[in-house]
Design a protein around this ligand. Structure first.
Ligand SMILES: Cc1ncc(COP(=O)(O)O)c(C=O)c1O
Length: 327
């Protein structure tokens, strides 16, 4: 299936992690090669790096989530630059580093589907390769994607995996049905359903929101095929409406949270940015306040990310106090 939202050559997967493994395979990553990754990252993303036989080398980011310095290392195969929460990462320092090391630039656009940078470039079209986690921003059962933007590498892509028609989880079917009713009526019924889901989850696991397990750092989930339903829905989503929805919610949150003195991670919402959420820094008390405000809009507020085990113990304060209201 051809995508209408990017000019890159695309393959679909179940998760963004599967897309990253495909990227590393396309780069012919060898045992012991280094892959530069920000230390401020969800631990799950390390699994495909290990699965490719590579070693993650961490770099730190500052409070605006820009790299502090990119460490010199041997045999750097790829460098990951993350468009955190859909806000464009400035790629010039990454490009310079990659040119020096003859490494590939992988743009991690898991959060930035449909978002653009200040020059109007679509995020996910800027790296040599880019990965997406479409399931984060669209109501689809699953969905990761790899886009190959460097024309001379397109022929290296393997054929699209056949899609899967495995049974859809009841939770997803309910969420999809509710999202359709909500779209038509404008009534926020997802809020009620989310409360119920959390209540059941808290009863079963002790946590209201899903937490990624420590093993997810080393274990890549099986079954990389995307669901056929995801592909159907990706082919017909309305891009302009989705961008407007996300920008409108961001501005609404900005207005409400500024009154509480909440510090956003990024300043204003620049033209073209389609945020995945409203990222901010807060201590526990303020985070609880934000959680209540977000819940009033039917939105989740989570601590992000679940840091890798090697990063967690010495993580700077801003890695610990980052939160996001998902929109
Ligand atoms: C920045 C970033 N990149 C990649 C991924 C991986 O996406 P997926 O969960 O679809 O494998 C995540 C997941 O949370 C993420 O936050």
């Amino acid at each position: 299936m051809e995508l209408k939202w990017t000019t890159g050559e695309v393959r679909y997967f179940r998760l963004g992690r599967h897309a990253l493994l495909a990227a590393l395979k396309l780069l012919e990553t060898k045992q012991g090669d280094a892959v530069l990754v920000p230390a401020f990252i969800c631990r799950d993303l390390l699994a495909p790096i290990y699965a490719a036989g590579a070693i993650p080398v961490f770099y730190d980011v500052d409070r605006r989530l820009r790299p502090v310095a990119l460490p010199e290392a041997q045999n750097v195969r790829a460098v990951l630059a993350v468009n955190y929460f859909g806000f464009p990462q400035e790629l010039a320092p990454f490009r310079a580093y990659c040119a020096r090391h003859n490494a590939a630039l992988i743009e991690d656009n898991a959060h930035g589907f449909l978002s653009r940078d200040a020059a109007g470039a679509l995020l996910g079209e800027r790296g040599d390769l880019s990965i997406f986690s479409l399931r984060k921003t669209l109501v689809i059962p699953d969905g990761g994607a790899l886009a190959v933007n460097k024309p001379e590498w397109r022929s290296r892509l393997e054929v699209q995996l056949p899609c899967s028609s495995r049974a859809l989880p009841l939770g997803y079917r309910a969420r999809y049905a509710l999202s359709q009713i909500q779209r038509r009526t404008g009534i926020n019924i997802l809020l009620l359903s989310q409360k119920m889901v959390r209540l059941v989850r808290r009863f079963r696991t002790g946590e209201a929101l899903p937490v990624s397990a420590p093993e997810s750092e080393s274990q890549l989930p099986a079954n990389p095929e995307p669901h056929c339903r995801s592909l159907e829905l990706i082919a017909k989503f309305e891009a302009a409406a989705e961008v407007t929805r996300r920008r409108t919610l961001y501005k609404r949150l900005h207005h409400l949270l500024a009154k509480e003195g909440v510090e956003p991670i990024f300043g204003d919402l620049s033209d073209g940015v389609a945020p995945y959420g409203y990222p901010f820094y807060a201590d526990r008390n303020k985070a609880d306040k934000v959680k209540n405000i977000a819940a009033g809009l039917g939105l989740d507020c989570v601590k992000w990310p679940d840091l890798p085990a090697a990063v967690e113990p010495l993580a700077p304060e801003h890695y610990q106090s980052a939160r996001v209201v998902i929109i």
